[in-house]
Write a protein that binds this ligand. Structure first.
Ligand SMILES: Cc1cc2nc3c(=O)[nH]c(=O)nc-3n(C[C@H](O)[C@H](O)[C@H](O)COP(=O)(O)O)c2cc1C
Length: 501
C-alpha cells in the first residue's frame, strides 16, 4: 500500500489595506481591496475560507510607510499605488470574524520592537478569549525606518539587537501567559471567590530591556500562549525562529532556493532540544489558477496590466532599504558596480530562474514584484498548479503554503473552485478540520487536545500547573535573587505578598 501523503496546510495571506502584494490592483474592476475598512468584508471572507477549510487567515502588517524609493521620506510612489498604505491594525477585526466562524484560525503580525510585552500579552490574551483559542501571533522585529521614526527613534535599532530584545520580550510574555496564573486558579477557586488569589502571582521580571512585575492582567485563555508564527530569514532570524516559532513563514523564488533555509531551521531546532518536524514551515506563494493553462495565463496578464510599477519599486525600497530611484531606467543591476551587493545578489537569484537574455533593470524588477511580491508564482490549470505545489512539498520540505492574492477575494474564489478540489482528489488537502471548533494550535498540528505549547518549547518551563504551589522557575529565580523568588510565597506555600507595592 502506498504511504499516506502528507496533507498541505493552507493559509490565506492577507493585509488590512487596499493593497498588499498587489500595488495598483485596487483599480481592477473585480478587486474588493477598497472594502478593507468594512468589517463585513473580512467576516464574509473568513466564512468563505472556513467553508473551504483553510487552516488560517494570516494577516501581514507594517507600522510605517514605504518611503525609501526616491527618498528619503518620500511616499509619492506609495500613496497612489496603495502599496501597503493606508493600513489598519488587523487585530481588531478578529473577534468579528471569530463570531461568524468556529474553526478557522487568525494569524496576526505584531512587532516586538515598538510595543511593551505587557501590553502585547494582554491584547493577544483578549483576542484568544474572544476567538475561543483561534489566534496566532506572527512575531516580527520590523524593518522600516519610517516606523522607527514614528515611534520616536531617529533610526531603527540595529538588526541583530532587535532580535536580542525580542528573545527577552518573548521570555516576558511566556511568564505572563504561562506562569502568572495557575491552571486552575479560576476553575478551582475557593467558594465565593472569582479566582484563588494564591493562584495568581507576580512574575517580577527584571531584565536588560524590560522590567515587568506582573501579574498578567488577563486570566488564562484557551491556548494561553497564542500559536507562534515567525517570518525572518537572516541568521539571527532563523535562530529566533528555531527557538520560539511553532510555524515559520518563508519566502522564496523557487523550491530549491527555499530548501537550505528549511534544513537550517530544522537542524537548529533539533540542537535546541525541539522536535524539528513539529515546526510547521509554510512558503509564501501566489497561485493564479483557471480552467486551463491558457486561461490562467491570460488572467495573470490581465491582472498584471493593472499593476503599478512605481508602487512595486516603492515596496522593494521598503523591503530592502535600497532606493532604486537613484539608478537609470536601463541599467542592469547584475552588472552594475555601483549597485549595493545585496541588490546584485537578489537580482542574480531572480535571474537564475528566468529566461536567458532578460535584462534585469528597474522595469523588470518592478514587473517581477508587481503581484505576489518576492514569493514564487504558480500560474496554470488546477493540474499544473497542484503538480507544482506537490513538487514544492517534496523539494523544499515545507508543510504548506501562505497563499497571497492578486485580487481579493477573486484569487481565493478561483483557488476554492479549481485548485482545492484537485488537491482533495490527490489526497493532499483535508476534507475537514482535524478538530472542528478546536483551537488554532490543535488544527494546525492536527492533534486534538494540543491547545497548549509543546513540553519541549522554551515557554513550557513557565507552566504553572494545577496543584503546583511553587512553580519550577520561581525556585530558579529564588536561587538567583537570594529570596523566595517570583511567586511571593514562602516555602510553606503561605502568601507573603499578594499585591503590587
Ligand atoms: C515571508 C516574510 C513575511 C514577513 N512579513 C512581515 C510583516 O507582515 N510585517 C513585518 O513587520 N515584517 C514582516 N517580515 C519581516 C520579518 O519578520 C523580520 O522582522 C525582518 O525580515 C527582519 O528580519 P530578517 O532579517 O531576519 O528577515 C516578513 C519576513 C518574511 C521573510
Amino acid at each position: 500500500m502506498a504511504p499516506e501523503k502528507k496533507q498541505f496546510i493552507l493559509n490565506a495571506f492577507v493585509m488590512q489595506a487596499p493593497g498588499h502584494l498587489n500595488p495598483g490592483l485596487f483599480k481592477y474592476p473585480n478587486d474588493k481591496g477598497r472594502s478593507y475598512n468594512d468589517v463585513k468584508h473580512w467576516m464574509s471572507l473568513a466564512q468563505k475560507l472556513e467553508k473551504a477549510k483553510f487552516h488560517a487567515m494570516f494577516f501581514a502588517d507594517v507600522l510605517g510607510g514605504y518611503d525609501v524609493y526616491n527618498g528619503p521620506a518620500n511616499l509619492d510612489a506609495t500613496i497612489p499605488a496603495a502599496s501597503q498604505f493606508p493600513i489598519n491594525d488587523p487585530l481588531y477585526s478578529v473577534p468579528a470574524m471569530a463570531a461568524v466562524t468556529e474553526s478557522i484560525g487568525f494569524g496576526v503580525t505584531a512587532s516586538t520592537t515598538y510595543e511593551s510585552p505587557y501590553a502585547m500579552a494582554r491584547k493577544f490574551s483578549t483576542v484568544d478569549h474572544l476567538s475561543n483559542g483561534r489566534v496566532a501571533w506572527n512575531i516580527v522585529t520590523s524593518y522600516l525606518d519610517s516606523a522607527a521614526r514614528n515611534f520616536g527613534l531617529d533610526t531603527q535599532i540595529e538588526h541583530d539587537k532587535r532580535y536580542e530584545i525580542a528573545h527577552e520580550y518573548l521570555d516576558v510574555t511566556y511568564k505572563l501567559w504561562e506562569g502568572s496564573w495557575r491552571d486552575d486558579a479560576v476553575t478551582n477557586a475557593p467558594k465565593d471567590s472569582y479566582a484563588d488569589s494564591r493562584g495568581v502571582r507576580q512574575i517580577n521580571h527584571k531584565g536588560e530591556h524590560f522590567n515587568v512585575p506582573g501579574p498578567h492582567i488577563c486570566e488564562p485563555s484557551r491556548q494561553r500562549t497564542p500559536f507562534l508564527f515567525q517570518a525572518g530569514t537572516s541568521s539571527a532570524g532563523r535562530k529566533f525562529a528555531a527557538t520560539h516559532a511553532e510555524a515559520i513563514f518563508l519566502n522564496g523564488h523557487t523550491a530549491e532556493l527555499v530548501r537550505p533555509s528549511v534544513d537550517s531551521i530544522r537542524a537548529q531546532a533539533k540542537e535546541f532540544g525541539r522536535d524539528p518536524q513539529s515546526i510547521k514551515i509554510v512558503a509564501g506563494l501566489l497561485v493564479v489558477v483557471g480552467e486551463t493553462d491558457e486561461k490562467a495565463k491570460e488572467k495573470y496578464e490581465l491582472l498584471a496590466s493593472y499593476g503599478d510599477r512605481e508602487g512595486a519599486l516603492a515596496l522593494f525600497g521598503g523591503w530592502s532599504g535600497y532606493d532604486l530611484g537613484r539608478y537609470g531606467d536601463d541599467e542592469d543591476f547584475r552588472f552594475l558596480d555601483t549597485a549595493p551587493p545585496a541588490v546584485r545578489s537578489m537580482v542574480n537569484h531572480w535571474a537564475s530562474s528566468s529566461p536567458q537574455g532578460t535584462k534585469w533593470n528597474k522595469k523588470t524588477i518592478a514587473e517581477h514584484l508587481i503581484i505576489g511580491g518576492n514569493g514564487a508564482k504558480i500560474i496554470g490549470s488546477a493540474k499544473t498548479c497542484a503538480d507544482e505545489l506537490e513538487r514544492w512539498m517534496e523539494v523544499a520540505d515545507v508543510d504548506g503554503f501562505n497563499l497571497s492574492y492578486a485580487s481579493i477575494p477573486e484569487t481565493f474564489d478561483d483557488i476554492i473552485e479549481f485548485l482545492i478540489p484537485e488537491l482533495r482528489r490527490r489526497g493532499l488537502f483535508h476534507e475537514d478540520y482535524a478538530v472542528p471548533g478546536g483551537t488554532l494550535r490543535e488544527n494546525y498540528l492536527g492533534a486534538k487536545g494540543r491547545s497548549r505549547l509543546d513540553e519541549t518549547h522554551p515557554g513550557a518551563k513557565y507552566f504553572w500547573k494545577a496543584g503546583e504551589d511553587v512553580p519550577a522557575y520561581a525556585r530558579v529565580e529564588a536561587k538567583v535573587n537570594g529570596s523566595d523568588g517570583a511567586n511571593g510565597h514562602d516555602t510553606n506555600g503561605k502568601s507573603k505578598k499578594r499585591r503590587l507595592e
